[in-house]
Write a protein that binds this ligand. Sequence first.
Ligand code: URA
Length: 426
Amino acid sequence: MMTHHDAVSVIRTKRDGHVLSGAQIDWVIDAYTRGHVADEQMSALAMAILLRGMNRDEISRWTAAMIASGERMDFSGLRRPTVDKHSTGGVGDKITLPLAPLVAACGAAVPQLSGRGLGHTGGTLDKMEAIPGWRAALSTGELLSQLDSVGATICAAGAGLAPADKKLYALRDVTGTVESIALIASSIMSKKIAEGTSALVLDVKCGSGAFMKDAEDARELARTMVDLGNDAGVRTVALLTDMDTPLGLTAGNALEVRESVEVLAGGGPPDVVELTLELAREMLSAVGMSDIDPADVLADGRAMDVWRRMIEAQGGDPGAELPVAQDTEVVVAPRSGVLSELDAMAVGLAAWRLGAGRQRQGEPVQAGAGVEWHASVGDRVERGQKIFTLHTDTPERIPAALAALDGGWEIGESGERRPLVMARVG
Ligand code: URA
C-alpha cells in the first residue's frame, strides 16, 4: 500500500528546500499523469524545483517515474544497431534533418523521435511538416518496418511514450519553468530511455540562444544526462556546442528544410556541415562503426538517397516545392565593416514572432515564416548590403520581429565566432 501523499505537502517540501522522497516523486508523477494533481499544482512544484534544484537521486527517481508513466519500446529485433541524437534546443538547429539520413546511410538505425518548438527554439517536427504530404505520426509497427527498410525515421513520439513528460513539457513552456537542469535532463532522458535506443549522442547547447546560458550549467546538464543514460544501459556521450550565435543562415521551418537539403547535396553553411559530421562521428563510434567516414557518405549522395526514401516512406514528396511566405522585409547594413555579433536569442525571438513558432499551445505554425541572415559572425559586409530577410504570412508581426533583432547584431572592425564544439562529456 502506498502511504498517503498530497500535492500541497510535496510542493511545500521542495519550496522549503528539502529533498523529495522517492515515494513522493513516484506519487506526484503518477497522480499528475492521471489528472489527480492539477496543472496549477504541478506548475508550483516545477517552479520550486527550478528555484531549489534536485539532487542526483531525486533526478534519477523523477526520470524513472516519468518512464514508468508510459510504455517502453524495444528495438532489439532490428538487424542494425540503434543510435539516436537529441539537442537541448537551439536557434537554426536543423542538424537532425541531414544527420538522421546520413548516419542511416552509414549503416546504423536512427529512430529519431522528435518534438515541436519550445519557446524561442524550433522543433524538428514543425520543420519536417513544411514538406508537402509528410506526416509525423507513425505507429510502432510502421516505425520498426521503416527502420528496417530505410534505416531512419524522424517522427513524433507516440502518445504512450513518457506521457508524464508530454504534459509537463507543455506546462513548463507556458510557466517559465523550462530552464531547470533537473527538469530538462529528466525530460530528455525519460523519452530516450523509454524509446529503447542502444546509444545516444546529446548536443547540449550553450549560450544566449540556449536554455543554459553559461558553460558551467551546460556542463552540469551534460554530465547529469550522460550519467542517467549510462546508468540505464544506454551508451551516452554529449558535446557542448556554441549557441551564442545561431546555426547556419536560416531559422524557420521551410527555410531550414531548404538549408538541410543543401547540406545533403554537398553544399550548405560550413558550421551546419561541421556539426553534422562531428555528431555523426560520435554516433558511429558509440555503436562501434568508427571505421566509416560520414564525410564520404555525405559527399557521394548516399545520405541524400536515404533522405528521399525517408520522406517518401512518411507520405512526403521530396521533390515538391517548399512553401514560401507571402511577405518579406529586408534589413540592410547601415555601414561597412565586419559582422561582429549576431545574437541567437534575438534571431530566435524574431523567427518566433514572425510565425515560425507558437504563441499558444496547439496553434499551427507558419511553414514559410522565419529569418534568413546573409552574413555570419566574422564576415565582411558593405554598407547597403542585405543582412536579414524576414519572411511571414502575417506582415503585422514584422515590427515586433524587427524589435527583437534590434541590438542583437553589430557591425564592428573585427569579429570571430567561438569554436562550435566547446567540450565533450563522455
Ligand atoms: N528538450 C526536451 O525534450 N525537454 C526539455 O526540457 C528541453 C528540451
